[in-house]
Design a protein around this ligand. Structure first.
Ligand code: ADP
Ligand code: MG
Length: 383
């Protein structure tokens, strides 16, 4: 077990700055997930921690021991402490010389029960006798995860370990099994993914990266409820948060009122006292909180017209035209029993406590709610 600390870490390749001022503390025993769009620097950050890349500036320490350069990273292994175990994105077995068939005999007696336990949880028992070339990409990844777990390192580093299974069901299966393997070990885990659903379901805390910078660090729910900025708001949550350009018209304690492009006035339960009327802002509302409004509701509604409907059974996803929203479209996740039809006019209700608000720089105004209420849906459009 070990904590990982990064202070002002920089990484550049020639003139290309890949990591900028990365400050981060991964706590001992924590499951930390790095998430961000492709090319934002997740793998580079992980490889830096693994000592596989030199850093161009700053400091990095693992378990209180400092290492700055790649050579120092490798030296960490020679010193015997701390052992890092990396499962890279592709073909983990070959890169690390881990052969599943060797899983039977390669480890000492104390590793045997752990290996069998991990193999059982990961559903790879039947694969242990096979050679790597006899395994699918997804199976290899699972074996690599199992092998990593058995080695019981101080820090696990996983780079998109579930990116290989092409079938969604196989990925989801492995994802739900991973926590039961790792919970037992209480080892520090750093896990890279571009998939925010994976991040939300696995992490104790998430680091959201964009263009080599940390946008926000926090628990999955903290990021969902209180994104610091527009980037995090748009990245965390699926389907994506609706964002509408607006103008601030009134600010009172505990509430801001904004005017949308169609002239409708919407109240948001945020502290916008640092801003003033006339300021450009962005209003955010998640698809799951955008409800069909009943007639005679307390305002905070907009008129939208349904352009497309997807019935998913448990939920109905409705897209409606609304000028000023991204792509002039609002996404609305309704109860599966609601089946609005294309072309229907549909008044939508924005619960004030479910609204998010961002200033012209994209920084969030503090929301004055602990948790978004489950409501946000007022069944009105009958199935
Ligand atoms: P991610 O894992 O988030 O998809 P990476 O960490 O692999 O992103 O890459 C981040 C950025 O650094 C990318 O723009 C990539 O092109 C660049 N990069 C990565 N490795 C190198 C390298 N060896 N030389 C030059 N640029 C690199
Ligand atoms: Mg990567």
């Amino acid at each position: 077990m070990a904590d990982v600390r990064l202070v002002n870490v920089q990484k550049s390749y020639g003139d290309t700055h890949v990591l900028r001022d990365v400050n981060l503390e991964v706590r001992d025993g924590e499951f930390m997930v790095f998430v961000g769009p492709s090319g934002c620097g997740k793998s580079t950050l992980l490889r830096t921690i693994a000592g596989l890349e030199d850093i161009s500036g700053g400091e990095l320490s693992i378990g209180g021991r400092r290492g700055q350069r790649g050579a120092a990273g490798r030296a960490r292994h020679r010193d015997g402490v701390p052992e890092l175990c990396a499962v890279p994105a592709h073909d983990g077995l070959r890169e690390h010389g881990l052969r599943p068939a060797a899983g039977q005999g390669a480890q000492g007696r104390d590793r045997q029960p752990r290996w069998h336990n991990a193999a059982k949880i990961l559903h790879i028992e039947h694969l242990l006798k096979r050679k790597p070339k006899e395994l699918s990409g997804g199976q290899r990844q699972r074996v690599a995860i199992g092998r990593a777990i058995v080695r019981k390192p101080e820090v696990f580093l996983f780079d998109e370990p579930l990116s290989q299974p092409r079938r969604r069901a196989a990925r989801e299966d492995a994802r739900t099994r991973l926590p039961s393997c790792t919970d037992e070990l209480k080892t520090t885990m750093i896990y890279v993914t571009h998939d925010q659903v994976e991040a939300m379901t696995l992490a104790d805390r998430i680091v959201v990266l964009s263009a080599g910078r940390i946008e926000q660090v926090g628990s999955p729910l903290a990021l969902y409820e209180h994104p610091d900025n527009l980037f995090v708001a748009g990245f965390i949550g699926s389907p994506k948060m609706n964002l509408i350009g607006a103008e601030l018209v009134a600010v009172v304690a505990g509430e801001a009122t904004v005017k949308l492009p169609d002239g409708s006035l919407i109240r948001a339960r945020v502290d916008a006292t640092r801003a003033k009327a006339g300021d450009k802002v962005t209003l955010g509302i998640r698809p799951e909180h955008l409800g069909a409004a009943e007639g005679g509701s307390d305002g905070n509604t907009i008129d939208a017209r349904i352009t497309f409907v997807e019935s998913l059974g448990s939920s109905t996803q409705a897209y409606s035209h609304f000028a000023g929203a991204e792509d002039d479209t609002l996404t609305c996740q309704l109860d599966g029993r609601l089946r609005p039809r294309q072309g229907d006019a549909m008044p939508l209700w924005l619960p004030p406590e479910a609204c998010y608000l961002f200033d012209a720089q994209g920084l969030a105004f503090r929301r004055l709610v602990q948790a978004t209420p489950a409501a946000g849906l007022r069944p009105a459009v009958a199935a």
